[in-house]
Each structure stands twice: as C-alpha cells, then as structure tokens.
Design a protein. Structure first.
Length: 236
C-alpha cells in the first residue's frame, strides 16, 4: 500500500480534482475505476460543507469530556465512539447541560465493529500509524483508505457492477441498515446529514470486519490491506 502522494491537489477551489485524487485514485472494495466520476465543487476531505456550521458537528465522549475538554478529533466526522471507553460520542451542548445540572449522561454503546474501526482511527491519530491485519500503514494512508471506503459504500449498485454490487449489499445487510443509508442521490460524505454519515461509517466498519474475517474479498487496489496476511510456512 503506497503512501499518499504529497502532490495531490487539495485546494478547496479545485474540488473535482481534489476529490478524484484523494478519494478515487485508489479503491478498496470495488475494482479500480468502478466508482466512476462525480463533479464535487469546493471540497476538502472530512471538513463539513461551509453551509453547515462546523461547530454544530462537535461531539464528545460523555465519560471523558469533563476531564479532557473537547477533543479536536471529535469535531470531525471521523468517529462515532470514544476509543478509550467504547461509548457513543454525544453532542457537546447536551453533554455540557447534563454536567451542569448534575445529571451526567449515561454512556451508550456502539456495535463492536464500529468500536473496532474507531480504535484504528484513534490509533493513527495518536501514534501516526495504523495496525491492519496484513500490515502497518501511515495514518495519512489510513485516512485515505477510510475515505475511499466511505465513498464506495455510498455508490449505486448499477455503477459497481454485478459482483461488487452483491458485495455492497452484503455489507449493508450485515450492518442491518438500509442500502446506502436510504440515499436517493449521491453526495460526498462531507455533505451528508450526521445520521447518514454515521450509517456510512457503520457500513465501512462492517466491511473492514468482513474483510478481516475473510467473508468478503475486496477487489480494490487497497483491499489486501484489510485482509489477513497470507500464511507463510517456516521450515524447521
């Protein structure tokens, strides 16, 4: 798995080229090129659309927020849960109100697949590397892989092709969520509602687990990173 190329254009004003370079230069579940092309104006990865106030997306862990304040990572749509406590991140103002009135929020669990995915992302942010089944990758490479995966689970079945369409349906059915989170018209992840972003992350987490378990065979250039390393016989 190659490292992200530093020359990739990520100027918000050059949205289509930035999106193509960051999200669709490689693939994870789908065969290369199956995701096609979309025109995405004024785009940068992970940052919510300017029409939606950035501060409204802030979420924190109800368990550790009182001690550590608002973690920058929780302000971006990267994670659903706290990697330390495995509980769902909640809206900042709701957590603050609960603490103010002396009634701390009860932590809510997330699916095991989601907790596992969030631990990988947090590992990358905290250490600079992410430990995948077959290799260790730089956090920059992981974030691109994850963003590509989030894009692929949002692709319409007809564009993915018969084999990949079946794989995508398997991912969503295993996650027990509507296909493409009920999305009617494709939009980049950063411009989806928080509920749909969460569904996409849950589908991505399910895909990562299915690949690690050998229950799906990713067909993309980056897919092998999610699969177990091949067994090597060591002669005695």
């Amino acid at each position: 798995m190659r490292s992200p190329r530093q020359q990739d254009p990520l100027n918000p004003a050059d949205g289509p080229n930035a999106f193509s370079a960051y999200v669709r230069q490689d693939s994870v579940l789908l065969a290369p090129g199956r995701a096609g092309y979309h025109v995405v104006n004024r785009w940068v990865p992970w940052l919510p659309a300017r029409s939606r106030p950035w501060r409204t997306a802030r979420r924190v862990c109800p368990t550790c927020s009182a001690d550590r304040g608002i973690v920058l990572l929780a302000a971006l749509p990267l994670m659903i849960s706290c990697a330390a406590h495995g509980c769902r991140l909640e809206r900042v103002h709701e957590v603050r109100l609960a603490h103010r009135y002396g009634e701390p929020m009860t932590p809510r669990p997330v699916p095991d697949t989601v907790a596992a995915l969030d631990r990988l992302t947090f590992e990358g942010i905290a250490t600079g590397v992410v430990t995948l089944p077959s290799r260790t990758v730089h956090v920059g490479a992981w974030l691109r892989l994850l963003r590509t995966l989030l894009d692929e689970v949002s692709i319409v079945a007809s564009r993915a092709g018969p084999g990949s369409a079946a794989l995508l349906h398997q991912v969503w059915e295993t996650a027990e969520l509507p296909f493409r989170a009920g999305l009617s018209f494709w939009r980049p992840y950063e411009r989806l509602s928080p509920s749909r972003q969460e569904a996409m992350l849950q589908a991505a987490a399910t895909a990562v687990q299915l690949a690690a378990d050998g229950r799906i065979m990713p067909g993309g250039t980056l897919g092998p990173a999610l699969q177990p390393a091949p067994h090597r016989h060591i002669p005695r």
